[in-house]
Design a protein around this ligand. Sequence first.
Ligand code: ADP
Ligand code: GLC
Length: 489
Amino acid sequence: MAQPLKILYVTSELAPLVSTGGLAEVAAALPRALRALGHDVRVAMPCYRQIDAKFRGEQYCMVVADMGGNPVHGAMRVASVPDADIPLYLIEHDGYFGREAPYGVGAAEFEDNAERFCFFCQALFHGIPQTGWAPDIIHCNDWPGAPMAIYLKTRYRDDPVWGRVPCLFTIHNLAHQGRYSVSHFPVTGCDPALQTPECLLFDGDMNFMKGAVVLADTLSTVSPRYAKEIQSHEYGCGLDSVLNTRSGDLYGVLNGVDYDVWNPSTDPYIAGQFSVEAPEGKANCKASLQRVFGLPVRDVPLFGAVSRLYWQKGFDFMLDAMDRLTAHDAQFVVLGSGDPALEGQLKGVARSHAGQVGVFLGYDAALSHKVVAGSDFFIMPSRYEPCGLAQMYALAYGTVPVVRRTGGLADTVVDATPANLRRNRATGLSFVPKTSAALARAVDRAVALYAEPETMRQLRHAGMSRDFSWGRSCEAYEALYRKTLGRVL
Ligand code: ADP
Ligand code: GLC
């Protein structure tokens, strides 16, 4: 292979240590896949209170960050990514990271998040050189990693260690931008010259996502379709024009699936293991899932969903369509947590449609495998979806996705139109309008398909045969890293 790369992967969550969404799964899988290709990848994350002591490694050195003329001290620990030969740098500061959650409690984020994640990034610039190692490239993710790009291109521009290190910034979710009142600016230690509408300012606020979009050498999103979408007014969350100016540097690389974890022929959580060649065990999974959710064990289409319950995910479309959905002789199970209003409404529907709708509120990894394995169809009516992982898991388990055609959902699910079925390309059902009626029509189509066992078999088979392994995405990242390096050589 070409020269291995030294990559610093900066993330604000990492499964199984701390996880609030898909980023944690990506941060666990991508560095492993890069390591398997021979690269020297190292991961960095804040040392949150939630991280189990057994994963925290040893304190390595003290670090200090300049938070607007005010030095703030912390420490850097060196641990390992669990079950991998990958160093993990953990930035420790009790005041910032010894809290009850990584980002905030309930809907409210901590009001000093700008300062917390700026400290995290600055501490890395101070701590990592003390190990004697320096990366060839920094890969930072989402707004908590954005200060890496911002400091790199200003404060560390002429630094002997960091001066020639380029940076790739990946957007996993453009809606979370790290937007704060300019009154926070002084404590971030950011160069005051950045406080302009061309750089960190957006509508009078400071905006970390925008800063990284302007300053990083290259940008990526987690699916090709989302890379295009976010350059439009509809999906751009206000940053579409600045993203347009970086169009030539913006790439889309689809996330992958960790098939060691999501494999129906080895999955320890499910009631009957199965595969594309021996699909019989799926029936046991369905019966077991019906029992777990208190539904009668019957041969009717079973629709499952596993999701964070927020506006992005479109569960209000499902709730609004509930009368029409439950008019079918079909069952629905939802595993999710999030917005208390959505949680309450889902519970209400489960009560009013007992025996037909089952809802489990909470985060439960084992149960998520059971839902993915036991359902016939998997619903994701997202308003937007940068990539989405669960629909790819569903495909691997012969569970036919019913998705809104956006972002990664559009890139991974092929609608069962007559033409796609004829060409044996179809893997699911998709719809475009952001309405409950469009979702209901897709569910009508799914129920009709369920009555055609041969078409269902074909769809399941096509889905299970798709390969979304990390190997392919990892090669795309490698190419992107080399392109990014080309910018500074
Ligand atoms: P996002 O990061 O926007 O939430 P993704 O689809 O990328 O969406 O990743 C979400 C991951 O979290 C998926 O693996 C999904 O199965 C899992 N997940 C979401 N909610 C739950 C839950 N309540 N219990 C278990 N797993 C969940
Ligand atoms: C974000 C997105 C999701 C994506 C995940 C991992 O949470 O909402 O679509 O799969 O990041 O990249």
